[in-house]
Ligand binder design. Structure first.
Ligand code: HEM
Length: 222
């Protein structure tokens, strides 16, 4: 029997910071994109930061702590389907790392956000503002990418809503709180190896974040 009070570190600090910064910036980008005008300058900055975060997460997926590594949460639609159909609503069930449903939404969100943030610098607003990579393509292509950027944001919104709905499903139907661990890093009542989250790994994350930011800065100032 596993004691409910046992605390196990699941999400390292870099993953948690990545998550909440990304969530805040996605909301900020959506708002500033909708406001347009002078706000587009902030929309660009926010988009570059999101791009840097995504490059960081890609690197972290290979070099981060146990549960942050891609190899430890490979997507499985059949497992997700089994979880959705299982009748465990009365049972308290705690999963280490990403939940089965969460895994799919994480990959979908990261992919759609990567598409959105990469297209951004190729777009124009039809008047005075254009991204730094518009000069590398024809204006017809830039217009097409601007349309794609416009519609893809609704996919971002839909997947974010699905993501939050999946978290709510776990809370209400499965009695599993996934939100607190994403804040504190720890899950309770779990028999699983703890994720590394000390100074060494945090310094490694800081170096990778600086590298990711540097790469994006270099590319958007070409
Ligand atoms: C109230 C808002 C949100 C809550 C409560 C929330 C909560 C969570 C939780 C609990 C997880 C872990 C899921 C699991 O255990 O499998 C997670 C992961 C994740 N969420 Fe959210 N989330 C929110 C908003 C967002 C937004 C706006 C985005 C981006 C559009 C986002 C992107 C992600 C990503 C990419 C991961 C995977 C983290 C990683 O492995 O690096 N989340 N979220």
């Amino acid at each position: 029997m596993i004691e409910a009070s046992v605390r196990v570190r699941i999400w390292d600090l870099p993953t948690r910071l990545f998550h909440w910064l990304l969530a805040a910036l996605v909301v900020f980008s959506f708002t500033t994109g909708k406001l347009g005008g002078d706000w587009l300058e902030w929309h660009f900055r926010s988009g570059y930061t999101i791009l840097s975060l995504l490059v960081f997460r890609l690197l972290w997926g290979f070099t981060g702590s146990h549960y942050a590594r891609f190899v430890n949460f490979l997507p499985s639609p059949s497992r997700t389907w089994r979880t959705l159909r299982s009748q465990e609503s009365e049972v308290t069930r705690v999963s280490a790392g990403h939940s089965d449903i969460g895994t799919l939404s994480v990959y979908a969100l990261l992919t759609v956000l990567a598409v959105q943030a990469t297209i951004g610098p190729f777009t124009n607003d039809g008047s005075f503002t254009e991204g730094p990579w518009v000069k590398f393509i024809s204006s017809a292509t830039s217009n097409r990418l601007s349309t794609l950027h416009y519609y893809n944001r609704w996919l971002v919104v839909a997947l974010t809503a699905l993501h939050v709905a999946a978290i709510a499903f776990y809370l209400l139907a499965r009695r599993e709180d996934l939100i607190t661990p994403m804040l504190t890093g720890d899950k309770l009542g779990l028999s699983a190896p703890a994720a590394e989250d000390g100074t060494t790994i945090r310094l490694r994350a800081a170096a990778l974040a600086a590298l990711a930011g540097g790469i994006v800065f270099y590319l958007v100032t070409l």
